[in-house]
Design a binder for this molecule. Structure first.
Ligand SMILES: Cc1cc2nc3c(=O)[nH]c(=O)nc-3n(C[C@H](O)[C@H](O)[C@H](O)COP(=O)(O)OP(=O)(O)OC[C@H]3O[C@@H](n4cnc5c(N)ncnc54)[C@H](O)[C@@H]3O)c2cc1C
Ligand SMILES: *[C@@H]1O[C@H](CO)[C@@H](O)[C@H](O)[C@H]1NC(C)=O
Ligand SMILES: *[C@@H]1O[C@H](CO)[C@@H](O)[C@H](O)[C@H]1NC(C)=O
Ligand SMILES: *[C@@H]1O[C@H](CO)[C@@H](O)[C@H](O)[C@H]1NC(C)=O
Ligand SMILES: *[C@@H]1O[C@H](CO)[C@@H](O)[C@H](O)[C@H]1NC(C)=O
Ligand SMILES: *[C@@H]1O[C@H](CO)[C@@H](O)[C@H](O)[C@H]1NC(C)=O
Ligand SMILES: *[C@@H]1O[C@H](CO)[C@@H](O)[C@H](O)[C@H]1NC(C)=O
Ligand SMILES: *[C@@H]1O[C@H](CO)[C@@H](O)[C@H](O)[C@H]1NC(C)=O
Ligand SMILES: *[C@@H]1O[C@H](CO)[C@@H](O)[C@H](O)[C@H]1NC(C)=O
Length: 608
C-alpha cells in the first residue's frame, strides 16, 4: 500500500506530545504534501544530478513508492541562460561553501579561501554548472576496475552512458557505438560560436592536434564543447529526468527540506529512514521500507554519514557523536584545478565583451527572439583540447590526457559578478581591471589526474553548520608541475598564426604577489597558480567505492555503505579516482548504473 498511514510515524521532536496532532496538521498544510505521514519504499536524499536521475528511474517501477527530499526549491528560467551560468553562484541556490585557508593554494582569493559553490535547488549543481559534457577516458574506468571496483570497467559503464544520452549533434549521433540520439539528456553544440573560439580550434590544428569527439573512441585532440543544452537553454538533471517523472503518483518530491540525520537501528545496523527539517523549522521523519539513498553530493553526503555515526571514530567521538561504523568518510577528496589569471589581449572584437551596452542590447534581443548569439555561450567557455604531455613528470602515451586546456572567449575581470563568484581579492582585481575594457580572452589549463587529496570533516555535530573543507591543492609537486606544463601548452596555442593574426599576446601585467619572479618564468607561474587557483568544481571521492580488501572504501561496488544495511550513496562521492573530464555526465552514469543495481536487488521478490 502506497499511502500507508500509521500513528507510529507521527513524530515531531520540537513539540510536546499533546500538541503534536495540531502541529502535524499545520505542518501538513504548510508543506502541501503528506510526506511526513507515510512510509516509502525508497527515500532519496538530494535532488541533484544523481538524485534527479535516480528518482526518475526508481519511480518507473509503479509498485514502488519513492520520496525525494531536496534542500532547495524549483529552478527558474534565468538560471537557464547559458552565458550567465556564474551568476547563480551569487544567489541563494548556492550552498556557498568555502575552504579553510591554507598555505598552498587560493592565496589570492578573499580570506585565502577557495569558494566551492554547490547547487541547492532541484537539479543540484547541474543548475550551476557550465554545461560541458564529458565522459572521461576509457582507461579511467578500467582503472577503477583494476583497483577492485568490479563491474565499473569502461565496457561495463558504456551502456549506462548511452542509456540517458539524447545526442542532438547529427554527425556524432551516427556513431551508435558511442552515442544515443533518443535518451532524455539533450547534448548539443551551442548554437553560437565566437571568432575567438574558432581561432582556438584552428590554433590547435596548427599545432598538430586532431579534431575529435572526446566522448567516443579517442579523447585526445580538440573540440568545441558538447553541452547539456537545448534550444539555447540549459538542460539540467531536473529538466532531463525529474520534470517528467514528477507526474507519477508514486514519486513525491519534498522541497526546502534539509535532511539532518539518517535513522539507523544500532542493533540491526539497518537504515530505516531519515530525519529532516522543514523550511518552517519543524523536524520530521520519513521512513524507508527498502533503502535510504544518499545523493546529497560530495560535500553533504559524507557530512550526513558522519552526523549519523559513520566516519572516523575518534573525530566523531570527540564531537559527541555515537559511532556506528568506523570508516574513512570524507577522505580521498579530489578536484580539478586550474589557473584563473592566464589572460591574453587581441586587437579586434573576436570574443565576448560585456562593456558595450548597445551591442549587448542587440545580443539580448537576438537571444530572446532566436535563442542564439553570445547569450547562448556556456558561461563564456567554448572549446577545449585534451592533451597528453611529454615531460619528465608525465611522458606515457596511453591516450589518457594529463591536461584539459579550456578556452573562454572573455576574461574574469571583464564581468565583476563573475570575478566575485570566483573570489579574487581586490589587490589582484586592481591589477587586471583594465582588461574589462579591452578585447581579451582566457585559457584554463586544468590538471586531469591530481595527486593531492583533500578532505571533508565535521565542524560540529550541528547539521546546519557547514563542514570543514580542506582542499590541500598543490601539496603534491606533480600537480604544480602539470599545470605549469599546461600553461606552456596554452602559450603555444596562442603563438600560432590563428591567434597572431589578431596580435594575441599575454597580458603583461604581473600578478602583484609574484612580482619578485621573472615575469612568465616557471618560478613566476609556480607562484601565480598558488595565488589565483581556480577550481572547476569537480569535488568528488569523499565516500570512496572499493572492494572488501580496500580499507579506505566507504561503499562497496554496489554503492552500499559498508557495515550498514539498506543504505547506499549514489553521487560524485563514490568516485574512487577522478575521471579525465568534467563530472556531471559521469555522475549521471553512476546514478543510471545504481538504478540497475537497486532494481536487480529488489525486483523479483521483496527479498532482503
Ligand atoms: C559552478 C559549477 C560549474 C560546474 N561546471 C561543470 C561543467 O561544465 N560540466 C560538468 O560536467 N560538471 C560541472 N560541474 C560539476 C557538476 O555539476 C557536479 O559534479 C555534479 O552536479 C555532482 O552531482 P551530485 O549529484 O553528486 O551532486 P549535486 O548535483 O550537487 O546534488 C546534490 C543535491 O543534494 C541536495 N542536498 C545536499 N544536502 C542535502 C540535505 N542535507 N538535505 C536535502 N538535500 C540535500 C543539494 O541541494 C543538491 O540538490 C560544475 C559544478 C559547479 C558548482
Ligand atoms: C580487491 O581488488 C584488488 C585489486 O584488484 C584485488 O587484489 C583484491 O583481491 C580484491 N579483493 C577482493 C576481496 O575481491
Ligand atoms: C537510448 O535511449 C532510449 C530512450 O531513453 C533508450 O530506450 C535506449 O535504451 C537507449 N539506447 C541505448 C543503447 O542505451
Ligand atoms: C592525429 O591522428 C593521426 C591519425 O590517426 C595520428 O597518427 C596522430 O598521432 C594524431 N595526432 C595527435 C597529436 O594526436
Ligand atoms: C617525448 O620527448 C622525448 C624527448 O624529451 C622524445 O625523445 C620522445 O620521442 C617524445 N615522445 C613522444 C611520444 O613524442
Ligand atoms: C618519463 O617519465 C618517467 C616517470 O615519470 C621519468 O622517470 C623519466 O625521466 C621520463 N623520461 C623523460 C625522457 O623525460
Ligand atoms: C613562437 O613561435 C615561434 C615560431 O613560430 C618561435 O620562434 C617563438 O620562440 C615562439 N614564441 C614563444 C613565446 O613561444
Ligand atoms: C591586428 O594585428 C595583426 C597582426 O599584427 C594585423 O595584421 C592586423 O591588421 C591588426 N588588426 C587590427 C584591426 O588592428
Ligand atoms: C613552487 O612553490 C612551492 C611553494 O612556494 C615551493 O615549495 C616549490 O619548491 C616551488 N617549486 C619550484 C619548482 O619552484
Amino acid at each position: 500500500m502506497l499511502f500507508h498511514i500509521s500513528s507510529k510515524y507521527f513524530q515531531i521532536s520540537l513539540w510536546p506530545r499533546k500538541s503534536a496532532y495540531v502541529f502535524m496538521l499545520i505542518a501538513f498544510i504548510l508543506s502541501g504534501c503528506a510526506a511526513q505521514f507515510v512510509e516509502y519504499d525508497f527515500v532519496i536524499v538530494g535532488g541533484g544530478a544523481a538524485g534527479s536521475l535516480l528518482a526518475s528511474r526508481l519511480s518507473e517501477v509503479s509498485e514502488w513508492s519513492v520520496l525525494l527530499i531536496e534542500a532547495g526549491g524549483e529552478e527558474n528560467v534565468l538560471q537557464d541562460i547559458p552565458l550567465f551560468a556564474a551568476f547563480s553562484q551569487l544567489t541563494s541556490i548556492n550552498w556557498g561553501y568555502e575552504t579553510e585557508p591554507s598555505s598552498t593554494a587560493c592565496l589570492g582569493l578573499v580570506g585565502g579561501q577557495c569558494k566551492w559553490p554547490r547547487g541547492k535547488v532541484l537539479g543540484g549543481s547541474s543548475v550551476l554548472n557550465y554545461m560541458v559534457s564529458t565522459r572521461g577516458n576509457r582507461k579511467d574506468y578500467d582503472g577503477w576496475e583494476e583497483e577492485g571496483c568490479e563491474g565499473w570497467g569502461y565496457d561495463d559503464v558504456l551502456p549506462y552512458f548511452l542509456r540517458f544520452e539524447g545526442m542532438l549533434i547529427p554527425r556524432l549521433a551516427e556513431d551508435t557505438v558511442y552515442h544515443n540520439a533518443s535518451g532524455q539528456l539533450a547534448i548539443t553544440y551551442p548554437p553560437y560560436r565566437t571568432e575567438a573560439a574558432r581561432s582556438f580550434t584552428e590554433a590547435a590544428k596548427e599545432l598538430g592536434f586532431n579534431k575529435t569527439d572526446y566522448n567516443a573512441g579517442n579523447q585526445i585532440g580538440y573540440s568545441f564543447h558538447q553541452c547539456t543544452m537545448k534550444d539555447g537553454l540549459r538542460f539540467s538533471g531536473n529538466r532531463a529526468f525529474l520534470k517528467f517523472a514528477r507526474t507519477r503518483p508514486n514519486l513525491h518530491v519534498l522541497k526546502k527540506s534539509l535532511v539532518t540525520k539518517i535513522l539507523i537501528d544500532s542493533n540491526s545496523r539497518t537504515a530505516s529512514g531519515v530525519q529532516y527539517k522543514l523550511f518552517n523549522g519543524l523536524t520530521l521523519k520519513a521512513f524507508a521500507r527498502k533503502e535510504v539513498i544518499l545523493s546529497a553530493g560530495a560535500i553533504n553526503s559524507p557530512q550526513l554519514l558522519m552526523l549519523s555515526g559513520i566516519g572516523p571514530r575518534e573525530e566523531l567521538q570527540s564531537l559527541g557523536i555515537n559511532v556506528l561504523q568506523d570508516a574513512k568518510v570524507g577522505f580521498n577528496l579530489q578536484d580539478h584545478i586550474s589557473f584563473g589569471t592566464l589572460y591574453f589581449t587581441v586587437n579586434s572584437s573576436i570574443g565576448i565583451r560585456f562593456d558595450n551596452v548597445l551591442e549587448n542590447l542587440f545580443n539580448a534581443a537576438e537571444y530572446l527572439l532566436s535563442r542564439t548569439g553570445p547569450f547562448a555561450v556556456a558561461g563564456g567557455t567554448e572549446a577545449l583540447v585534451f592533451q597528453e604531455l611529454n615531460t619528465s613528470s608525465s611522458n606515457s602515451t596511453d591516450g589518457v590526457p594529463d591536461i584539459e586546456i579550456l578556452f573562454a572567449s572573455s576574461t574574469l575581470p571583464s564581468l565583476k559578478p563573475v570575478w566575485d563568484a570566483w573570489g579574487g581579492n581586490s589587490d589582484i582585481y586592481a591589477a587586471y581591471e583594465p582588461l574589462a575594457h579591452k578585447d581579451s580572452f582566457m585559457i584554463f589549463p586544468m590538471i586531469m589526474h591530481p595527486r593531492s587529496r583533500g578532505r571533508v570533516a565535521l565542524r560540529s555535530a550541528d547539521p546546519t553548520d557547514k563542514p570543514l573543507l580542506y582542499h590541500n591543492y598543490l601539496t603534491d609537486p606533480y600537480d604544480a608541475d602539470i599545470i605549469i606544463s599546461g600553461i606552456h601548452s596554452s602559450l603555444q596555442l596562442v603563438n600560432t598564426s590563428a591567434f597572431q593574426k589578431y596580435a594575441a599576446e599575454l597580458y603583461p601585467v604581473p600578478l602583484p604577489p609574484c612580482e619578485e619572479y621573472e615575469f612568465a618564468s616557471d618560478k613566476y607561474w609556480n607562484c601565480s597558480i598558488r595565488y589565483t587557483t581556480f577550481t572547476f568544481y569537480h569535488q568528488c571521492g569523499t565516500c570512496k567505492m572499493g572492494n572488501d580488501s580496500d580499507q579506505d572504501a566507504v561503499v562497496d561496488t554496489h554503492l552500499k555503505v559498508r557495515g550498514i544495511n539498506n543504505l547506499r550513496v549514489v553521487d560524485a562521492s563514490i568516485i574512487p579516482l577522478i575521471p579525465s573530464g568534467h563530472l556531471t555526465t559521469p555522475v549521471y552514469m553512476i546514478a543510471e548504473k545504481a538504478a540497475d543495481l537497486i532494481k536487480n536487488r529488489w525486483s523479483s521478490s521483496d527479498k532482503v
